[in-house]
Design a protein around this ligand. Sequence first.
Ligand code: DGL
Length: 267
Amino acid sequence: MFDSGVGGLTVLHECLVSLPEEDFVYLGDTAMFPYGTRDPEQLRERIRAIATLLLDDGAKLLVIACNTATSIGVEVAREVAGERGVEVVPVVEPQAEIAAAITDNARVGVLATPNTVESGAYRRALEGQGRALEVTEVEAPDLAPFIQDGSHFDRGVVEMTRTYCAPLKRAEVDTLILGCTHYPLVAPMLQRILGRDVRLVSGGHAVAAAAQRTLVSAGLARAVDGEGEYRFLCSGDVDSFRELGTRFLQMPLGEIERIEIVPADYP
Ligand code: DGL
């Protein structure tokens, strides 16, 4: 499983709840953070390298715990994994299915990184749900970096988030897709700004369910009682990853292996 940082831990958490007996390797590509504003072509090469690294490590399933990586590079990941007969579980589609199913007024919002919005991945996924939906997409370039920095909440960040939410309120969406795996970590702030009647759709739960289905149907699910193991790899500063990851995941991360990813980090 991989993400550009700690956001994918919201997906890992759900997978640990649904599939406690499995072993997990989580790669945080923090040296390349943020994916949301990187050049898409560079990102695809990075995703190719990460998929290869995790498959070399023995992964039997590849979970893309990052909406930006899914939107920009799911095909690359599928190509690399497909060569080894390994399936890929991405984040975008499962959320679109849930949002289309639960909206009452057919007005769905998407809050995501610039790369995710510009890719059109959610718009396509929502259009494919067979329901006439009014979709309002908002780019939030500074929200994931705020979370990844572990910064304190101050008036500035609340005002910034209010600005991102304003078009969603104007459009009267009753369902908001948190189109970045970092955003569930600030769900309380979003819920306060948007109000109780707006349903927030995170990716983690649906992705965990999709991972479970995929493992079971491929005959790869682990049939033992008890808890599996988990490990962390990180391309950037290990100490800040540990500090933030422990806080968000609420469990000790253990030893974190610092890894180099080729192609190397871009300025
Ligand atoms: N968790 C990533 C995503 O889902 C974070 C965004 C970023 O790296 O900019 O999009």
